[in-house]
Design a protein around this ligand. Sequence first.
Ligand code: IMO
Ligand code: MG
Length: 432
Amino acid sequence: MPAIVVVGGQWGDEGKGRVIDLLAQKAHIVARYSAGNNAGHTVINELGEFRLHLVPAGILYPDKTCIIGNGLVIDPAILLEEIADLEARGVPVRGRLSLSDRAHVIMPWHRLIDNLDEKLRGKGAIGTTGRGVGPAFADKVARAGLRIADLIDPEALRDALSFLIPYKNAVLEKLYEAPPLSLEQVYAEYTELGSRLAPFVADTSALVQDALARGETVLLEGAQGALLDLDAGTYAYVTSSVPSSLAAGAAIGIGIGPTQIGTVLGVYKAYNTRVGNGPMPTELLDETGVLLREGGPRPEYGATTGRPRRCGWFDAVAARYSARLNGLTAAVLTRLDVLDRFPAIKVCTAYRIDGRTVDTMPASTTALARAEPVYEELPGWQQDTSGIRRFDELPPAARSYVHYIQDVLSTPICLVSIGPQREQAITIKPII
Ligand code: IMO
Ligand code: MG
């Protein structure tokens, strides 16, 4: 069976971790292919609540193999901490997790520059997660990055640092007026981290290729969402993943060809959220926005930074745009229950920009920032759906809402979630 990609269709935090957790039951391998520890994927199971940043959500099933692909940037200390936390909570990791030798490393200067850059940008700050992810991807593209293969080879690491430390110190001191880093200190710290990570390092592309050749089911766990993508998103208020966090990036970020992907599953929340800065046409600053944020069983706060998420109605213009860019073959709608209490539900069907009505995403971020949403109002159901497990048992207005979104996406919605617990989901059509 060709690989299945799970991607976010909005601004991240759509519930990808939760969807992976459901699908992983029937998979052999779960792999991350992009981003870094800016991602925060929450899974709730019988052991409690897990917030995963680098380790794929499949790790919570003891018989699954998990892979961190070449498309990621890895903060070694954070990954080791995440592994230790999982093991402390009774989740075996050793022997089940492989890390690509081609993944890039987040170094101390990346974290420093991420935060210094945000200060330099002032009012135009992106609102990054401050984890060094953007600068690490920038250095990957600038051919000034350091890869896991070099991290675990002390000689290669010293070689790389002998160029990188003076180079980055010049940037830190001259551009940001920040104190320099010590080569010896960084070398000592990172050789130690490298030696602890070495047992996990493998040629992960070959592992996935071999699994696909054996007919195994491979799940590719996306991070972020299309509207945060470097090419597709609300530039410059985007994340810096190279390859892209869109489905097309999954092949590159894990080391397979595009023909080895069969299913592209887009995850959408039943409304919109965004964390960080940048335009969000349907953002609600009134009490409806507060209700969307606070009213569900799990309030809307970032899993990585704890920041309150900006909330608003479902943006159909943006959703249609992201469905097309990802080439979706199926979709999932999450957190439908959060809408249970509203007498009427709005969907943004077009934008008014400078007196004109448009139903496509403008490339200009400043134009998008001026966009006024044009809403269509749909009837609410005002009924608790959290205990429902069959689609035909949902209130008619809730079913109509799901069908409405399905038409927007031009893609069948196969799964609807109505609460954070594993069993709070309605399968309309099995995905695996
Ligand atoms: P998951 O995988 C939501 C946002 C940040 C900021 C912008 C750039 O959990 O959906 P960065 O640190 O990446 O340079 O920040 O991107 N961002 C996310 N927002 N979910 C995520 O991941 C995100 N990863 C990055 O808030 O606006
Ligand atoms: Mg998240």
